[in-house]
Design a protein around this ligand. Structure first.
Ligand code: NDP
Length: 328
């Protein structure tokens, strides 16, 4: 019987358990493309799934991991042939469909994006869902009409994965980037990515007034809760905040004041079910607009047998930037 290495999540007496095991190839789920997974990555949602801290996994057994880069092994999908280099993010992988922390994945060909010219599979996963979500956020701000000359932009959860990539992207595009972090010791790291100013996240974590002094015209928020409420209250007239995360909480204790008195927009960002054309656009922009040196500086690598431990550290706020996972 053919098996492959995988991080498997099972239901346990209390919650769930995660372990590196051999997985039976016959148990792979339906799909028209089978991929040899080479690299994956560690995202916040992976941390939640691996630790069982939130009910991310909705089918058991599950293979954890929400994104991968690899090479097509077999395909009955007309768009893909053996040897093609591909990327997959979301679509329920690691939640309802067997995921990425495995030597093999079987998925729908319609979920796949071709690895951009000039980008390695490792770089694609150094970017990962977190970085691609940062790009979706930047695209949303651009679609809103935001330009660097309009004023400063804020990035929250700055030392995390989404935050680090958002800073690198926005600074390369010419924005004056204000980075909000709970890790002031990471000031030189954040400046090396392109942050022009660093603020302590405590400045934004208390209860928000309906409106406060206008400080930025746009932002990428990976924190949610009172942080997002404060961001909105401090956004300049007709500015916009792209909301993509909940690292500080899922609530939003805000008011309509920023929307109806300052014409501020709240732009929702979802990476999981994002339409394929927008995915392709985001990956193409990542290939041109993300500095490869900065990406490398923000990335650490772990082998598959250390990803469970790394997931706990990520949720404890002890991981900086991005973590790429070597699969095979
Ligand atoms: P990381 O853990 O890498 O980064 C999160 C960062 O948020 C931390 O580094 C920390 O930054 C900050 N943070 C953590 N806890 C708190 C807190 N209690 N209060 C305020 N700030 C906090 O995660 P990712 O970057 O991978 O993901 C960030 C968020 O984006 C997550 O909520 C994730 O679920 C979401 N996400 C959403 C996607 C979507 O499709 N919408 C896709 C990808 C991610 P610092 O130390 O600098 O303060």
């Amino acid at each position: 019987m053919a098996t492959f290495k995988a991080v498997r999540i099972d239901k346990a007496d209390k919650g769930t358990s995660a372990a590196l095991t051999q997985f039976d190839e016959a148990e792979l789920m339906d799909g028209d493309v089978t991929v040899r997974v080479e690299w994956s990555t560690l995202n916040y949602k992976d941390g939640l799934a691996l630790t069982g801290k939130s009910p991310v996994v909705r089918r058991f057994p599950m293979i954890a991991g929400i994104d991968f880069a690899g090479t097509v092994e077999t395909s009955t999908n007309p768009n893909w042939k053996p040897g093609d280099k591909v990327i997959a993010n979301g679509w329920g992988m690691g939640e309802t469909h067997l995921g990425a922390y495995a030597e093999k994945a079987r998925v729908k060909g319609d979920w796949l994006v071709r690895l951009p010219e000039g980008m390695t599979a490792r770089q694609a996963m150094a970017i990962g869902t977190a970085g691609y979500t940062a790009m979706l956020s930047v695209l949303a701000l651009e679609n809103h009409g935001l330009k660097p000359a309009d004023g400063p932009v804020i990035v929250t959860g700055a030392a995390g994965g989404v935050g680090s990539v958002a800073i690198a992207l926005l600074s390369k595009l010419g924005y004056h980037v204000i980075a909000s972090t709970g890790r002031m010791a990471e000031e030189s790291y954040l400046k090396s990515l392109g942050a022009a100013e660093i603020i302590d996240r405590n400045e934004l974590s208390g209860p928000a007034k309906p409106l406060a002094k206008e400080r930025w015209v746009g932002g990428v928020d990976s924190v949610g809760s009172t942080t997002l409420a404060n961001l909105l209250a401090m956004t300049k007239y007709r500015g916009a905040i792209a909301a993509c995360g909940l690292a500080g909480g899922m609530d939003l204790p805000s008011s309509v004041a920023p929307f109806i008195l300052r014409g501020v927009s709240l732009l929702g960002i979802d990476s999981v079910m994002c339409p394929i054309d927008l995915r392709k656009q985001a990956w193409a922009r990542l290939a041109t607009d993300l500095d490869a040196g900065k990406l490398s500086d923000m990335t650490q690598e772990v082998p598959l047998d250390q990803v469970i431990d790394a997931g706990s550290k990520l949720l404890a706020g002890q991981v900086r930037g991005r973590t790429v996972v070597k699969i095979s």
